[in-house]
Ligand binder design. Structure first.
Ligand SMILES: CC(C)(COP(=O)(O)OP(=O)(O)OC[C@H]1O[C@@H](n2cnc3c(N)ncnc32)[C@H](O)[C@@H]1OP(=O)(O)O)[C@@H](O)C(=O)NCCC(=O)NCCS
Length: 170
């Protein structure tokens, strides 16, 4: 499946609800994406992405050739001495899983960020149990730097996370 990254627009709120309103997706994200996910949640999220500082926050809708929303991907610049590094997060609607969509989106956003900004390190921290996301990062060339023991408390349980990073070799 061929994909494209483009900016979110307010017209995408329905499409965003279609992909993210899924407990399996919610269980693998940070808290902040509620479940159930309403049209108002989608409108607020898109508004927030459109108003965010464009030197710190790079968030894109992932769409197919027909411009159908498949998912979301974002890279977020860190603060202080970490300002040349950024954290990445993403999700894909369940009906599109297993088609290489996330891997293509990760490859494309990393290329964009390394070409257009001074960020030199992009990292991601999937839950250790999230084999699909770990696989996406490995396929996109990220190195597994370690396991962060008991690094999160999600749905009433402590969770180990894996640390993956991609460095722009200057
Ligand atoms: C993780 C996620 C983004 C993957 O999206 P996707 O478009 O299906 O990813 P891709 O098709 O590019 O690659 C998925 C890979 O994981 C593999 N995979 C899927 N489920 C797996 C499992 N349970 N165990 C091991 N590998 C698995 C697939 O086989 C594929 O690898 P392959 O190409 O070698 O066969 C998607 O499942 C998702 O949105 N999950 C919920 C939210 C989430 O986890 N976000 C990431 C937070 S860090």
């Amino acid at each position: 499946m061929k994909i494209k990254l483009r900016n979110w627009t307010m017209n995408d709120a329905n499409g965003l609800v279609q992909v993210i309103n899924n407990k399996k997706i919610h269980n693998n994200l940070r808290d902040g994406f509620p479940f159930p996910y309403t049209l108002d949640d989608a409108r607020n999220y898109i508004e927030m992405t459109l108003e965010s500082d464009t030197s710190k926050s790079f968030v894109y809708a992932i769409v197919n050739e027909q411009d159908t929303i498949l998912g979301n991907i974002g890279v977020f610049r860190q603060e202080n001495i970490h300002y040349r590094t950024a954290e990445m997060g993403y999700f894909i609607g369940e009906q599109y899983w297993g088609n290489g969509v996330a891997t293509q989106a990760v490859l494309e956003i990393c290329q964009k960020i390394f070409c257009a900004t001074d960020i030199i390190r992009i990292f991601a921290e999937p839950f250790a149990r999230n084999a699909a996301s770990c696989r996406v990062l490995e396929k996109a060339g990220f190195s597994r730097e370690g396991v962060l023991k008991m690094n999160a408390y999600k749905n009433g349980q402590f969770e180990d996370m894996c640390l993956y990073a991609l460095i722009n070799e200057l």
